[in-house]
Design a protein around this ligand. Sequence first.
Ligand code: C2E
Ligand code: CA
Ligand code: CA
Length: 406
Amino acid sequence: MSGSIIRKRFSQGAEIFHEGELGSCAYVIESGSVEISTRRGGSKVVLAQRGPNEIFGEMAIVDDKPRSATVTAVEDCELLVLSKAQLQQRIDNLDPVLKMVLGVILDRFRESLRSMHSETRSPTDVISAVDPQMQIKAYKAAINRIELEQSLRVAVEDHQLELFFQPLVGGRDGRLRGFEALSRWRHPERGLVSPAIFIEAAEESGLIFKLTEWALHSACAALKRIEKTPLFYDDFTISVNVSAHELSEPAFINIVTEAVQRTGVNPKNLTLEITESALMKNPDATLEVLEDLKSLGFSLSIDDFGTGYSSLSYLKRYPVHAIKIDRSFIVDLERDPRCVDIIRALVGLGHDLGLNVVCEGIETRTQYDKLLELGCDALQGYLIGKPMPLDDALARMCAPAVCEVC
Ligand code: C2E
Ligand code: CA
Ligand code: CA
């Protein structure tokens, strides 16, 4: 399978790659050791040895130049393959200054290797500048990330991802307004994995596009089911979270449109939640995408509102339907009067702009009552219901008492 973890084994003495050839991957040593060498004046010069948790062959996947040395297995080796494709997206997205610095470092490293071909110099001069402890830590973090990404790729393909649904209720009537769809990973060994663990990896590896496509289709399929229940009404919505990366991807509009067309749901019953910080990454470009989405009939909500420093001039131009006040303000509501003032101001701002104001992260009855008093239009939080599988969410919300507090 294309997404599975790729490991390679080399027996003692085997050549892993040769100086001058084009490389398409780097290797992380899981066990065994290798020797890095070059030829000078017809004889072999050993440049370095690498052992477990160390990486080699990385230069060829950062730039397109030929391998600058030959690598041979000193002992039997088991190697984890890090492909160029796994790195490409990150390199493309790198801050340009960082990209330039990386290029300079690589060029200088290659130059120092070239000078070693002609001078008598200890090979360790080239590699001793790095603190070994720091290097091991950095390698371990990178290995964990590579493994996470590779198993996430498998998870997307093997249907290990699942949507959980968390209810939102109306402030005035306590009626179910809809659900927020939150991704969960049912890992065969680790059990249920939280999105806090895998969304960032999905974003950094580019897998987020597949994940969102899947989430949109699953949310639309859930909407089709809910349409047949008494819970459904004209303004019922399911919210799906969208990352900043997707807003800058031209195909995103097609992906969202395809999801609603294939399932036959009304776009107004699908809310796209975009964090305030994602909106502010590239506000002008984002504005255009939001306008397109709105004209197609989708509902739009600004998530984690109050944390992303949006400028008021953009806020008034964003064609959104709702703002969702960040949980951090609700957490401190009971002990910090300034949070009450901030929420009051945010609710006023939202209402003045003609937006619905949603509050999330409500865990106590006191918070719930205070938010109602402050004029919140919709509420979400563990007090009302935790995220749960669709069957449980439907069973719970169809029960006579909609939620514990109503
Ligand atoms: P979010 O969009 O801000 O979602 C709300 C998070 O707060 C969820 O965490 C939810 O379970 C949690 N939450 C809700 N009510 C309460 C409460 O009363 N108390 C506390 N302590 N927490 C509460 P979760 O499900 O772990 O998701 C974390 C974040 O991961 C989400 O934050 C969202 O940014 C991201 N995420 C989840 N699913 C997806 C997805 O399918 N796509 C994308 N792009 N991001 C996702
Ligand atoms: Ca959200
Ligand atoms: Ca949020």
